[in-house]
Write a protein that binds this ligand. Structure first.
Ligand SMILES: Cc1cc2nc3c(=O)[nH]c(=O)nc-3n(C[C@H](O)[C@H](O)[C@H](O)COP(=O)(O)O)c2cc1C
Length: 147
């Protein structure tokens, strides 16, 4: 059975809602899933999973949230060769760099050897019911890629 780690940062709950919907989709595949706030996670844990999904809202001027910075730095010490990964996050298109944190995380996952299994998923602010279904479908599709 595939093991998937989902790590997220969410200040006002939008990315957390995305993470929960993605996990619902993943669960339909029977995968073993661990969902964690980035504050409770260490990047070295990623090496114990077949699939890794990282979620973050975008902060500042197209930046990662501060609470993701330690994890992001620790990622340089980890090799994800042979693992599949993707990134997601809530964002706000009124900012010039829409969802840039998703692109930053995707680039780092690729740099440390992961195969990027799915394009990053960016949702405008709070996910609607339709968007939550899109998140569930994203989780289902990611699980299929691990099979
Ligand atoms: C100070 C500040 C800076 C932000 N900068 C960006 C940005 O550069 N790009 C973007 O897409 N969204 C930006 N956002 C919007 C957040 O990413 C958005 O509100 C998101 O839904 C928050 O997700 P969360 O509920 O998971 O915390 C910013 C929000 C704040 C408060």
């Amino acid at each position: 059975m595939a093991k998937v780690l989902v790590v997220y940062a969410s200040m006002t709950g939008n990315t957390e809602e995305m993470a929960e919907a993605i996990v619902d989709g993943l669960k339909e595949s029977g995968a073993e899933i661990v969902l964690k706030s980035v504050l409770d996670a260490n990047a070295s844990e990623m090496a114990h999973y077949d699939g890794i999904l990282l979620g973050a809202y975008t902060w500042g001027d197209g930046e990662l949230p501060d609470e993701f910075l330690d994890f992001y730095e620790e990622m340089d010490e980890v090799s994800l060769e042979g693992r599949k990964a993707a990134a997601f996050g809530s964002a706000d298109s009124s900012y010039p760099l829409f969802g840039a944190a998703v692109d930053i995380l995707t680039a780092k996952l690729k740099q440390i050897g992961a195969e990027i299994a799915m394009e990053g998923l960016k949702i405008e602010l709070c996910p609607s019911e339709d968007e939550k279904e899109h998140c569930r479908a994203y989780g289902r599709k990611f699980a299929e890629k691990l099979a």
